[in-house]
Design a protein around this ligand. Sequence first.
Ligand code: KG4
Ligand code: ZN
Length: 372
Amino acid sequence: MLLAIETSCDETAIAVLDLKAFFLGAGGSDECLRADLLASQAKLHEPYGGVVPELASREHSRNLPLLLRQALSKAGVGVEDISVVAVTSGPGLKGCLLVGFCFAKAFAFARNIPLVSVNHLEAHLYAGELLPAEERPKFPALALLVSGGHTMLVLISGFRRYEIIAKTRDDAAGEAFDKIANVLGLPYPGGPALSLTAKEGYGSRYRFPVAMRSDMESFSFSGLKTAVFHTVRALGDGVNDKRTLANLAASSEQAIVDNLVEKCLPACRKYRPKSFLLTGGVAANRLLRSTLDEQLKKMDILFSVPPPKWCTDNAAMVAALGARIVERRAPEYAAWHAAKDRRGALGPDTPHDSGVLARWPLEELVEGHASA
Ligand code: KG4
Ligand code: ZN
C-alpha cells in the first residue's frame, strides 16, 4: 500500500493506493484507490479573498492526523500495511509544503519505509492515470495544465520526457478566473463562482481580447483582466444588475476559454498527439471541457479528462505518480531496502538533505536534465 499526502496550497489531502492493483492497471477504481480524502480550507480563506499561507499551514497541521486516521480506516488497513509514502515536495507555499513533508517524513522514518518526493505539477499530469484504461493518455500526448499558479502546454513522449511548448507570460488561467471574479465582487474561490454566475449569462455579450494570436508559445491573461476591469468601471453601479453581472461573467469565462483553446488546436495540428490531457484546477471548468471535447472529436484525438475531483488538488494524483516512480526505479528501491546503513536517508528519491521547494519547474524533472 502507498500512502500519498498533498498539502501544497489550501487543500489537505490523503490517499491510500493498492500498488499491486495499480500496476495491474486498475487505475483509480475503488479496489485500487482504497481511500481518497480531502479537507478543503475554502471557508477558512474566503473572508480574505485568497489563501493566507500561515493559516493554511496551521490548518494542514491540524487536519493531517485526523485525515490519516480516516484514510486508513476507509482503506481498511493499518499503519503496518503501508510500504511507501509519497508526498508533494513542491512547487507551492513553502510553509504548507513543509507541514506535509515533515508529517510524511516522520511516518516513513518511524516505519522504516521509503519516502517519495513528488512534484505537484508532474502529479497533475498523472491524474489521467486514474481514468479507466481506455481513457488514459496515450503517448505522445499533449497536456494542457491549467491551475491557480501554472498554465502550460506540455508534449509528453514518455516517462519524464516533457517538452514545454507554450506557457503563460503573466497570470495563470486560474489566477485570471480568481482575479476577474474578485473584480466582479464574486466570492473566493473565484473559478467555480465565476463559472456558476456565467451559467445565467451570454458569453457573446461583451468582447474581451484573445492575446498574442500569432505567438503559439505564449498564453497571456493580463490584457483580458484589464479589459474586464475597464468595462466594470465604465458600467459603474450597472454591474449590480443581475443580468449584467451574469453576462460579464459569461463573457470573461468565454474569453479565458478562447485564449486557451486557440493555442491548443494549432498545437494539436502541429504535433498530432494520440491523446490530449486536460488537467489542473481550471480543467474542472465545464465550458473548457465541452469546447475541447467538441474540437478534439473533429480531429480524432482521444480526450483524457479526469473528473473534477482529480483536476483540482487531490492526493490520488500524488499516489499515481508516486507509484509510477517506485515502479520505474524498482532496482534502486530494492537496493535501499537491502542496505544496512541508510545514514538517515529515506529512499532513492529523498536523500537526507532534501526538503521542499517553493519553485520546482517541470523542466528539471526531464531525464538527462542537469539537476534531475
Ligand atoms: O490545481 P488547483 O486546485 O490548485 C493549484 O495547484 O493551483 O487549481 C486551483 C485553480 C483556482 O484558480 C480555481 O479558481 C480554479 O483552479 N478552478 C476553476 C474551477 N474550479 C477550480 N476555474 C474555473 N472553473 C472551475 N470550475
Ligand atoms: Zn494544483
